[in-house]
Structures are given as structure tokens and as C-alpha cells.
Ligand binder design. Structure first.
Ligand code: WTA
Length: 630
């Protein structure tokens, strides 16, 4: 089995993976079920860019997630589902049932004309059917594009259009805490503006009344009665696309990051098993939403490939109270728990009294992902949740990397608060200065790049390979640039310091400043806006918007409300600014570029050193902004 069991073994494996990467990954890949073996392990060129793994290999990832386990594990629980409302019943689905339900839904998709290579959009709550639909797409060779159910109709439409999806799978509504959201109504608005969708399959979840359009909208529960439960898996090439997942970047339009079948499969499983040191019969829970990469790789694919029991949670950490996470941990005797720093900080704010009711004894390993974890949150997690006996794995990775790249291996790598510590075998990080020169040695800081491919790396941006090259492979020649800043300490341990581009990380969600600006600018009275991040005690970063308005008689309070509503409609609630400041002008260079560095300083409240302001067109603007800053 592909599992490292000591630090010396890690060192050996790491060494092997660098000296002979092809041999290394070939060994890892050979534990899976391939319909036919690859004829070449790797071919790559970061300039084009073109990266291919297990070339010529044929497989279907769902045969590895499901069929492969049927012989020995058919009655093992694959998914435990915890509803938003704790009074509703938990659902447990065995590997055999999951296999059947995925096959059934695969047939539904086929009955709607879906075939290999089609793109299918999923806009759903965190219910088992989301995992089932995702796997069903993979089973028939369709490319899934899961859109987080917090995005607005406009954002959904944009993503459907970009990928030219022909089927949309959604639900009548969703429950999130004490809120209910009518997803179908949002989907309807989106579909008014998209013409690629031929069928929309609707799962009944909340029971609210929805409009069903004849010959386009179909109920999930009716469709599954029309087909049988056996569906042979489509045979895919290792380099056929598996999914697209949209993520934000420095420029306005979200990017459809594309991952391919073979390499993604190998790395998702390998990283899952090793980082969490998964042991057979562990109960594993990742609290992410499947709308993000963490949910793809570490709720669905990684755990199911490993034959694990994975928990899916529909709700939020504070409903019905701030003990919900811990209640679920005790209820299902969770051994491995994986969440985001923002959730830890939010729960930390409720104090430790809430925790008294729970034993948390089953926990062995705690994970963190999505943003830098601050020392205080790390210590709180370690002491109060891990009772000082659990390993904490601070896992650094990205939508584009497909899997965890830098992280301790639980109970093996010595941890250090706020440090993601060491690269996984096969991963070759390097720090470069602004000229792209590698900074060698320890006790240094720079821009984090990767100089060698790994199996689950991004292959392209859907429909825009040029952009893929520009964004990731052009800043520093011959390297993949992550967009993150990073330190390497005296012992060679890595600490991610945060984004160095115009992306902000709000509660672990990546949001492009340009995207928010475009949203704000949709308000008819907005002339111009500039958005930056600022430190936020719970969210990690908050969104600060500086806005120039046209003259009007509308009150500022009303305008703030309207602008927030505009952003909500354009993108979704996650992109709503935390602070809005109306300004008379923005600090611009003589060539008209906004000096965000200055705006960032003001938003952070660090007014003492503004740096070089000599290139400013009008330095007085800065004084004005400081005077009125929030
Ligand atoms: C940030 C989430 C510090 C980072 C899996 C990265 C982190 C971006 C960590 C990717 C971590 C993620 N420590 N920063 N452990 N994990 N990040 O694509 O800035 O949603 O570039 O993938 O989150 O966010 P994404």
C-alpha cells in the first residue's frame, strides 16, 4: 500500500520521488484498477504548457471509487450524511448502495442524451445526491462542473455559458442553518440567460413549490424510476478531462480549472492516505462544501478511492448551536476531522464552555485548509479540540494543484504552528525573487513556485489555454507560479504567508478584487471602485471597497445597502464588502493605475509608512481617504 509510516521513510520516499519521479509515480499508480496500462508515465513542458501523466492508460475513476471495493467492502459505509437539522435522520450509504445509485443516475444522464465529453453543471445543496451526481458524470465520461450553491444566478449563468453545459442538476431549495434558499428559482433566472442547457434535473429537498418548465425540467425522483441500476463505466483515457472547477484570479472572469482522470485519481488517493494517515475503518470528516476543490478531492474522490467512510454535512458550524461540529464528531466517532481556520476562529469566539458536553475522544488527526492558520487558532484547535494528543495537519494547496502539496503527515512530521511544513513526495517547491531567480538555502522568503509537475496539476483553463499559460507559467519562466508568498525557515519548513496577487482570501474563499469591483460597478451610481483585503479576526481577510459615486440625493446608508445587494446579485453573498468607504478620488499613478498598495495600507490601518508616493498623480487624495477611513 502507498502509505508512509515514519519520518525516515518519508525522507527516503521523497528522495526517490525526486531522483526518479516516473518510477515513483508508476509504483503508486499501479495499485489502481486500469483497463489498460499506460505506455509512458510522464511527458511535460511548462512553456507550452503541456503536462501528461500515465499516457495511454485507460480507466474510469468511479470503478476505482466504487466497483473495486465491492468484493471486500460492499457493506461498508461509504457516505454518512448529516442533515442541517439534527432532528432529521442521518443517512448511511454503503459502497454497494452508492454503486447502484451512481449507476442509476448515470443512466438518467444518458437518457437525457449525456455522453462522454459533455459538460454537466451541478448546483446543489450538500446532500448525498450531489456526490452521486458528481460520480455519475464521471462514470459516463461527462465533465462535471460543480458550482457552489451560494453563487448568484448571474455567476451560475456565467459558469454554465463558459463551459457550454447541456445539463443542469439542481434542487428545489436548500437548508443552511435557519435559512432556506430557493435554488430552483435562482437556477431559473440563470437559465433565462443561457441557451446551452437542454435538461434540468431537480432534486426535491425542501419541498417548496417550484416552477417546472415542460420538456426542460425533470424531477430526480421520477427520472430514476425510468432506468435500471446497472451502468458500465465509460472507458476514459488518463488524459481525458474529469472536471472543471471555477476559481477566482487577479482578473475579472473566473477561470475553469480543468483536471484530468488518471493523474488526479492517483494523487487524490495518495495524498489523502498519507497526509491524514488514514487507517482502515477510520471515520473521516471534511467539513468543506463540494462546491470547492476541498470537497472534490477530500470528501468525494480521495476518501472513496481509499475505500473510506466519508461524512457529508449539509449545515453550518453554528446551527442549531456552536457545538454542532463537536456533536457530529461524538455521534459518529470521527477519527479524522478536516476544516478551515475561519471555522475554528468563529467557534473559538464562542468560548470553551460549549465544548464541555462533548468528549471528542475519538479524534486522532485534525486538518486545516484554505488560508493561513494563525498561531492562536492553531493552539486553540490543538488544546481544546485535539486535547494535545491529536496531530494537526496544516495542508497547503489550491484548486489548481488538485491535491495537498505541502503538509505534515499526521503523527509523522513534527509540526510547527502556522507552518505547512514539508512537501509531499513528488512535490518540488521553490522560492523565487521578483526576477524569477530561485532563492536557495534556508531562512529565506519569496514567491512560491513548483518546478516539477505532479500528477494532479491543472492541465488547462477550460476554453482558454492561453490564459492558463499567462496566469501560471509566464510570471517565472519554466515554473508553475502559485500566487502565494512563502517563507522557508532555518529547518527547511515552509510557511505560506498569503497571496501576493490581487486575490483575497475571505473565510477560505478565493475572491478576485477585480471580480468584486466589476460587481460594485454594476450599480448605476458607481463611477469607479477599488477593492482590497484587510485583516479580519474571523474571516482571515475582509473586503474593503473604496467607491466613487455620482452625485445623487440618495442617503449613504441606502447606497451601501443597494451596493451590497448588487454584489450579492452579481456574484453571491460571499463577495459582499465588509467595509465601504465613499471617496472623492482614488490614488492613481500618472499613467492611471490605481495604487492598491496604498489602499491596502489604509484598510489595514497602518498609516505610518505609506512607502513611495512620488508617482501619485494627486497625493492629496490619499490624505482625504485617510481622514475618512473606517
Ligand atoms: C490559500 C483551497 C495558507 C492559498 C485548497 C492558496 C492556504 C489558496 C492554505 C487556494 C494553507 C490554502 N495555508 N494558505 N494551509 N491552504 N491556502 O483554490 O493562498 O480555494 O493559494 O484551494 O488558499 O485556494 P483554493
Amino acid at each position: 500500500m502507498n502509505k508512509i509510516s515514519s519520518i525516515s521513510e518519508y525522507n527516503e520516499e521523497y528522495q526517490k520521488s525526486i531522483e526518479n519521479p516516473e518510477q515513483f509515480w508508476q509504483d503508486k499508480a499501479s495499485t489502481f484498477k486500469w483497463r489498460s496500462k499506460w505506455n509512458k508515465v510522464l511527458s511535460w513542458d511548462f512553456n507550452t504548457p503541456k503536462v501528461e501523466w500515465f499516457i495511454g492508460g485507460k480507466l474510469n475513476i468511479t470503478e476505482n471509487c466504487l466497483d473495486r471495493h465491492l468484493e471486500l467492502k460492499s457493506d461498508k459505509i461509504a457516505i454518512i450524511w448529516e442533515p442541517n437539522n439534527p432532528e432529521e435522520a442521518t443517512i448511511k450509504i454503503t459502497y454497494k448502495e452508492l454503486y447502484k445509485r451512481v449507476s442509476t443516475f448515470s443512466n438518467v444522464l444518458k437518457s437525457h442524451g449525456a455522453k462522454k465529453g459533455d459538460r454537466i453543471c451541478l448546483y446543489m445543496p450538500m446532500v448525498p445526491e450531489l456526490a452521486i451526481a458528481t460520480l455519475a458524470c464521471a462514470r459516463i465520461g461527462a465533465v462535471h462542473s460543480v458550482v457552489f450553491a451560494g453563487f448568484s444566478a448571474k455567476a451560475l449563468a456565467e459558469r454554465i455559458d463558459d463551459a457550454k453545459c447541456n445539463i443542469l442538476i439542481t434542487s428545489d431549495g436548500l437548508f443552511r442553518g435557519d435559512k432556506e434558499l430557493c435554488l430552483k428559482a435562482i437556477a431559473d433566472t440563470a437559465l433565462n440567460n443561457c441557451n446551452s442547457i437542454k435538461s434540468c434535473i431537480v432534486l426535491k429537498r425542501t419541498g417548496e413549490k417550484v416552477t417546472m418548465l415542460e420538456n426542460r425540467d425533470y424531477w430526480w425522483h421520477e427520472e430514476i424510476l425510468k432506468v435500471n441500476d446497472s451502468c458500465s463505466a465509460e472507458i476514459m483515457d488518463s488524459e481525458d478531462p474529469l472536471f472543471i472547477l471555477y476559481t477566482s484570479g487577479s482578473t475579472g472572469k473566473p477561470k475553469g480549472v480543468q483536471h484530468h482522470c488518471g493523474g488526479y485519481m492517483v494523487y487524490a488517493e495518495y495524498s489523502f492516505r498519507n497526509v491524514f494517515q488514514y487507517e482502515e475503518n477510520d471515520i473521516y470528516w471534511c467539513t468543506a462544501d463540494i462546491g470547492w476543490i476541498t470537497g472534490h478531492s477530500y470528501i468525494i474522490y480521495g476518501p472513496l478511492l481509499a475505500g473510506a467512510t466519508t461524512i457529508m454535512f449539509e449545515g453550518i458550524p453554528t446551527y442549531p448551536d456552536a457545538g454542532r461540529f463537536w456533536d457530529i464528531c461524538d455521534k459518529h466517532q470521527v477519527n479524522i476531522f478536516y476544516t478551515a481556520p475561519t471555522a475554528i476562529r468563529a467557534l473559538q469566539a464562542y468560548g470553551t464552555k460549549v465544548l464541555k458536553k462533548y468528549s471528542l475522544n475519538s479524534l486522532k488527526t485534525l486538518g486545516s485548509v484554505g488560508e493561513p492558520i494563525n498561531e492562536e487558532a492553531w493552539q486553540w484547535y490543538h488544546k481544546n479540540i485535539g486535547k494535545e494528543k491529536c496531530a494537526i495537519v496544516d495542508t497547503w494547496w489550491q484548486t489548481e494543484t488538485g491535491g495537498i502539496l505541502i503538509s505534515p503527515l499526521a503523527h509523522i512530521t513534527k509540526t510547527k504552528p502556522t507552518f505547512a511544513t514539508l512537501p509531499l513526495p513528488g512535490i518540488q517547491p521553490c522560492l523565487v525573487n521578483s526576477e524569477g531567480i530561485e532563492i536557495k538555502g534556508n531562512g529565506v522568503q519569496g514567491n512560491l513556485c513548483l518546478k516539477f509537475p505532479w500528477p494532479s496539476m491543472i492541465r488547462t483553463i477550460y476554453g482558454d489555454h492561453k490564459r492558463c499559460k499567462e496566469v501560471y507559467f509566464s510570471t517565472y519562466k519554466g515554473m508553475y507560479f502559485t500566487g502565494d508568498g512563502c517563507k522557508r525557515d532555518e529547518d527547511g519548513l515552509y510557511r505560506i504567508t498569503g497571496r501576493v496577487d490581487d486575490v483575497i482570501n475571505v473565510s477560505g474563499h478565493r475572491i478576485g478584487t477585480a471580480e468584486v469591483e466589476n460587481g460594485i460597478n454594476e450599480h448605476p451610481l458607481v463611477i469607479e471602485s477599488a477593492v482590497v483585503g484587510f485583516p479580519h479576526p474571523i474571516k482571515g481577510q475582509g473586503i474593503y471597497a473604496y467607491i466613487i459615486l455620482e452625485n445623487s440625493s440618495i442617503s449613504e446608508d441606502k447606497l451601501v445597502t443597494e451596493i451590497l445587494e448588487t454584489v450579492k446579485n452579481e456574484i453571491g453573498s460571499i463577495a459582499k464588502p465588509d467595509k465601504i468607504q465613499f471617496v472623492g478620488g482614488l490614488p492613481k499613478t500618472r499613467s492611471g493605475k490605481i495604487m492598491r498598495r496604498i489602499l491596502r495600507k489604509i484598510a489595514e490601518g497602518s498609516l505610518s509608512n505609506m512607502g513611495d508616493t512620488s508617482t501619485l498623480l494627486d497625493p492629496l487624495v490619499v490624505d482625504q481617504i485617510i481622514k475618512n477611513s473606517k
